[in-house]
Design a protein around this ligand. Structure first.
Ligand SMILES: C[S@@+](CC[C@H](N)C(=O)[O-])C[C@H]1O[C@@H](n2cnc3c(N)ncnc32)[C@H](O)[C@@H]1O
Length: 284
């Protein structure tokens, strides 16, 4: 199963200034999309299919400066309200029963994770394409906004599948493949350079501009196919798209006098999707 190492995309979070801009943005977020949508989804997922009393080893792939590790510190009885979707659940993440490990390709972000969350968890610098773990080590893995930065999701998924136990579950949050259009993901870049399925440039994020970054606009089919091949399971693999914000499509038109005007269409644009699934129990 293990992939032969090949050259992969550059990780712009390994540039010191980009890492600093990312840290500043994440650490000044308040009442963010992360808190309102992504984290409730992850906590809910952590609590689902969880057998009480059994320690679960959890891997956060591309953990950045480690912020999601704070979810592991929640009290057993914590209530989380998802105001966006108007439903609630009791967090079923008993912190004592979870062992968290985060890996990330940026040494600056891993250093920050170790400063910020010293008690909780283990953090390591590693590439998703070649992780320093035994086969079938983790019970679960998740990733937040990693897949869209990877040129080769196929080999990343193979490696994730290798370290996951048979029957182990995954949850990946990434750019919604149906929302790459010019006015959505493209529009977050300043002077983007587009080559094949890659957008590169400065990118606006909630509280900062990253001076350089890229995302890969992998199609939904490519992601689904790669997941199916790596995890050999497709039954509960699904694209679960969260409502995010209102976006506008602006269509340039001409009136009968040949004057230009714009047709503006507002609609709910989920920029991110969550993909859930599990590794086939039969894989050895
Ligand atoms: C958008 S950030 C998200 C970070 C974190 N998951 C969060 O929610 O804050 C993407 C992260 O993926 C990491 N990354 C990109 N390519 C990687 C690779 N090949 N291996 C490991 N990490 C990678 C980057 O270093 C960066 O921290």
């Amino acid at each position: 199963m293990k992939h032969t190492m090949q050259k992969h995309e550059s990780n712009y979070f390994q540039i010191k200034d980009v890492a600093r801009q990312w840290i500043n943005s994440v650490e000044s977020e308040k009442d963010s999309f992360r808190d309102k949508v992504i984290y409730p989804k992850i906590v809910h997922w952590l609590g689902s299919h969880h057998s009480s009393g059994i320690l679960e080893k959890i891997l956060d792939v591309g953990c950045g400066q480690g912020i999601a590790s704070k979810l592991m510190e929640q009290e057993t009885q914590a209530n989380i309200i998802d105001t966006n979707n108007d439903w609630w659940f009791r967090s079923a993440v008993p912190s004592k029963e979870l062992a968290y490990c985060g890996i990330d390709g940026s040494s600056y972000l891993i250093k920050r994770a170790k400063e910020n969350y010293p008690k909780t968890c283990e953090f390591m610098k590693a590439s998703v394409y070649d992780m320093p773990f035994e086969d079938k080590y983790f019970d679960r893995l998740f990733s937040i906004n990693l897949i869209m930065h990877l040129e080769n999701p196929e080999s990343a998924f193979d490696e994730m599948s290798r370290v996951l136990k048979p029957g182990g579950r995954f949850l990946m949050i990434t750019a919604n493949p149906t929302r790459y259009s010019y006015f959505e993901w493209y529009n977050m870049f300043i002077e983007p350079v587009v080559t094949k399925n890659r957008i590169e440039g400065k990118i606006k994020i909630p509280n900062a501009t990253l001076q350089r970054n890229s995302i890969y606009t992998h199609s939904k089919n490519r992601i689904a196919m790669a997941l199916g091949n790596a995890f050999k399971e497709s039954r509960d693999k699904s694209f679960f798209v969260q409502k995010y914000s209102t976006t506008y499509t602006i269509t340039p038109l001409r009136n009968p006098k040949n004057e230009r005007y714009f047709n503006v269409n507002a609609y709910k644009a989920p920029l991110f999707c969550a993909i859930e699934g599990y590794k086939n129990k039969e894989i050895n």
